[in-house]
Ligand binder design. Structure first.
Ligand code: SF4
Length: 326
């Protein structure tokens, strides 16, 4: 079967934030939030980004959409380098690239009815008649499961799950090709999570969408993703087809993360890999492999040299000195 076309191509992306200090507020260092991250997202595929809180997943998503300016690296969207676009060209491009937030309540203006919330992105990106506006709002409301009478209500009149439906509708009403979904179900009850995941997957088929799905929940990511990337301290340490990575994790950090998923069979719990120590500060990342302070298999070379990216299986990429390239 031929591979689908690459829609988003992230190349050696770096995002650093300055640290201000001293009386005159000089830049005294940088937080390395995203460090040399590369991956691709194909048309109509979901790329899941996992890792512990603070590992740089959300910053990667926002840098990719250019809501944050990268320090270095490129993002190609359908072959176009986003950094080469003017402000006006980027504004037009935004209708194709949208974001769904974790907290739908904070991202929805409480003073606007659902109808106005859904009209706003359309008015920003298109010139439409009143009839066309109403038609598009009715279409997306129906697609996400909102009843026509709910369009005249305000966000506070909805449950968390329904508010996330409104958020998704707002992101998709312009018919984007690519959506960054940043922890879109983390704030919801488990029973509602499944409904929203199913909604996202159904809309993906219907609208031929590609997703970057960001989550700390490994089960959720496995359920929804075609490919997965594991982040640690701003680096992408392993990536590949989801089942390949989940069944045959190669990087010691991925192995530890996956071993922490509660098992149905309690006898398997003893296989859990416990990591020592805390995640180092991204303002002062360790030399060599960023994981070496906590890695149960650390070698001398790991403290000195950044591991290169290798590909032990086609499409399965790992950054670890234990791994030899194919
Ligand atoms: Fe562990 Fe070394 Fe591999 Fe880093 S490069 S994950 S320290 S074995």
């Amino acid at each position: 079967m031929s591979e689908k076309k690459i829609l988003v191509d992230v190349q050696e992306l770096r995002t650093y934030f300055p640290i201000q200090g001293g009386v005159v507020r000089k830049t005294i260092g940088h937080v390395h939030a995203v460090e040399d991250v590369s991956f691709q997202i194909r048309e109509q595929e979901t790329f899941g980004l996992v890792g512990e809180s603070g590992c740089g997943k959300s910053t990667t998503g926002r840098t990719l959409l250019r809501l944050i300016q990268p320090t270095a690296g490129r993002v190609l969207f359908d072959g176009v380098d986003l950094s080469a676009l003017s402000k006006e060209e980027m504004r037009k491009k935004r209708r194709d690239m949208q974001l769904v937030f974790q907290d739908p309540y904070a991202s929805l203006n409480p003073r606007m009815t659902v109808r106005r919330l859904l009209e706003e992105p359309l008015v920003t990106h298109f010139t439409l008649t009143q009839g066309e506006l109403e038609e598009k709002v009715s279409w997306i409301a129906q697609a996400v499961g909102l009843a026509p009478e709910q369009l005249e209500r305000y966000p506070h009149q909805f449950s968390g799950g329904q508010r996330q439906r409104i958020s998704i509708a707002r992101a998709l009403v312009t018919k984007p090709r690519f959506v960054v979904a940043d922890e879109p179900v983390s704030a919801l009850d488990v029973s509602i999570q499944a409904q929203i995941l199913n909604l996202l997957m159904g809309l993906q088929q219907e609208l031929k969408l590609s997703y970057l799905f960001i989550s700390h929940d490994l089960n959720v990511v496995r359920h929804i993703s075609d490919r997965v990337g594991v982040m640690y301290l701003g680096r992408l340490v392993e990536s590949g087809p989801t089942e390949e990575v989940y069944l045959r994790p190669v990087h010691p950090y991925t192995q530890a993360l996956l071993s922490a998923i509660p098992k149905r069979d309690p006898s398997q719990e003893k296989q859990r890999i416990h990591l020592e120590g805390d995640v180092p500060s991204p303002a002062d990342p360790p030399k060599g492999c960023a994981f070496h302070d906590r890695c149960p298999r650390c070698m001398d070379i790991c403290r000195q040299q950044v591991p290169p990216e290798t590909e032990p299986e086609p499409g399965h990429r790992v950054r670890c000195h234990l791994v030899q390239g194919a």
